[in-house]
Design a protein around this ligand. Structure first.
Ligand SMILES: Cc1cc2nc3c(=O)[nH]c(=O)nc-3n(C[C@H](O)[C@H](O)[C@H](O)COP(=O)(O)O)c2cc1C
Length: 169
């Protein structure tokens, strides 16, 4: 799949088959995530891979829109190491770029994903920190649910001329 096709056809997938995502494929997805741009190339991201369903199934207790997780093969928590972010605030943007890279790479490999927002929702940040025993300098930014798709969702046309301004507002 070429890059433009991956961008245009990626959709959030919330239903999965029982097929497991292999460790090799997961590593490729993490490599893609770590290829993202970051402020001053500081690469402040770190990842918690959750394969244990005893852990994954706890997430819907504090994250109200994560009901698809018990069906997923794996979840990845994209975190920012606050000691490594270059400029305050940019770390979250860096981790968002890594998240989108992972989503697109997964789609190109035939997997389905959903980006589950964590930061800046305080109860989701604290719930994730407590569940995963994160140190205080590790900020969970996003959760990604991953599995082989059991639903197909069509491409959406989202381009709007009126959202684009040239030279001035
Ligand atoms: C920051 C962010 C937070 C999101 N949080 C959730 C979430 O908690 N649960 C969920 O099911 N989808 C979540 N989504 C996915 C959006 O609902 C989805 O991207 C949007 O509806 C557009 O659909 P698409 O991904 O199929 O293009 C989130 C997406 C982003 C970017």
């Amino acid at each position: 799949m070429d890059t433009m096709e991956a961008i245009f056809t990626r959709r959030s997938i919330r239903k999965y088959t029982k097929q497991e995502v292999s460790d090799e494929l997961l590593k490729e997805l993490l490599e893609a995530a770590m290829c993202a741009p970051s402020a001053s190339n500081c690469q402040p991201w770190c990842f918690v891979v959750i394969k244990d369903h005893k852990v994954m199934d706890e997430i819907p207790r504090y994250h109200p829109y994560s009901g698809m997780l018990p069906e997923a093969s794996v979840a990845v928590v994209v975190c920012c190491d606050l000691r490594q972010q270059q400029t305050i605030g940019y770390g979250v943007e860096d981790c968002s770029a890594a998240t989108q890279n992972l989503l697109l790479a997964a789609h190109a490999k035939g997997l389905g994903t959903v980006w589950l927002g964590v930061y800046p929702n305080e109860s989701r940040v604290n719930g994730t920190k407590n569940l995963l025993n994160l140190p205080e300098y590790i900020l969970p930014v996003a959760l990604i649910s991953i599995g082989y798709p059991a639903e197909q969702r069509p491409r959406q046309e989202r381009y709007m001329d009126e959202k684009v301004h040239y030279n001035q507002w």
